[in-house]
Write a protein that binds this ligand. Structure first.
Ligand code: COA
Length: 260
């Protein structure tokens, strides 16, 4: 149980979380449930959804799970409509669905580049767009998970850097366009977070010590560090915060995200 925040700070809220079954956004979904929110989670993988739903329900939370690929607008629209029908409202949308792999730019296919942009950037737009009517009704909010890769330059990550730069642009644009409806739109840019699929995919074990020394706080982040940032931004404590992408990386990006 997270004791940094008062219990039930999200009581009565309904949160729709993409990529909400595993990894960083899986942790955010569980933290929101502990804080009193009723959850809707999506993922492409049914098995992961079932396990997360069971985990949240066994801990006393509510979880509605619906399989959807964020690249498929019709599937996203259906997932949002089913969530609204199930709970009667949607207050918080978290865009966490993402794709990643390491590849040199000169070896990356056009489809490889486009696939990651489609999942991260277009997927984020699709979910925000499909959720707009519900968020307008609830005067709700959006939390987009991006990265720091594009602040400088990160070799072998051109596709993800471009995709996450697009996500940050969506955060800023929607915060301006939708602020008038009472919808806050913010983001979180995590640094290296341990125990995630991303770290397994992206970091060769022999480079772990080298990377740790390049993080000013001298440690990897924990999923809980991102959960705390998400709880803060989603809570009324952040009621006047709009259009911000909060970097949660121990100061890593200031020294560059490349190990080369
Ligand atoms: N290196 C280079 N290119 C790669 C690649 C790799 N490791 N993995 C996939 N690609 C390319 C494929 O070759 C293909 O391009 P092509 O048609 O020109 O050959 C393109 O990317 C699409 O691959 P595909 O496997 O068909 O896509 P998918 O939709 O099934 O999967 C991915 C999407 C590629 C992002 C996959 O890694 C994934 O599903 N990731 C989800 C989980 C994840 O990445 N989590 C980490 C979050 S930080």
């Amino acid at each position: 149980m997270n004791k940094i925040f008062a219990d039930n700070i999200l009581q009565g809220k309904v949160a729709f979380v993409t990529g909400g079954a595993t990894g960083i956004t899986g942790g955010v979904a569980r933290a929101f449930a502990r804080a009193g929110a009723r959850l809707a989670i999506t993922s492409r993988k049914e098995d992961n959804l079932i396990a997360q739903k069971q985990f949240i329900e066994e801990a006393g939370g509510e979880c509605f799970a619906v399989a959807a690929d964020v690249r498929d607008y019709a599937a996203v629209e259906k997932a949002i409509a089913e969530t609204a029908a199930h709970y009667g409202r949607i207050d918080i949308v978290v865009n966490g669905a993402a794709g990643n792999f390491l590849c040199k730019a000169n070896e990356l296919s056009a489809n490889g580049f486009g696939t990651v942009v489609d999942i991260d950037t277009k997927g984020t737009f699709n979910v925000c767009r499909a959720a707009f009517d519900e968020l307008k009704k609830s005067r709700g909010q959006i939390l987009n998970i991006s990265a720091t890769l594009h602040y400088l330059a990160t070799p072998m990550q051109i596709h993800v850097s471009a995709a996450k730069a697009g996500v940050d642009a969506i955060t800023r644009n929607l915060s301006v366009e939708w602020g008038r409806y009472g919808i806050r739109v913010n983001g979180i840019a995590p640094g290296p977070i341990e125990d995630t699929e991303g770290m397994k995919r992206l970091l060769m074990p022999e480079l772990r010590d080298k990377l740790t020394k390049r993080i000013p706080l001298q440690r990897f982040g924990k999923i809980e560090d991102i959960e705390n940032a998400a709880l803060f931004l989603a809570s009324d404590a952040a009621a006047y915060i709009n259009g911000v992408t909060l970097v949660v990386d121990g100061g890593q990006w200031l020294l560059g995200t490349s190990l080369g």
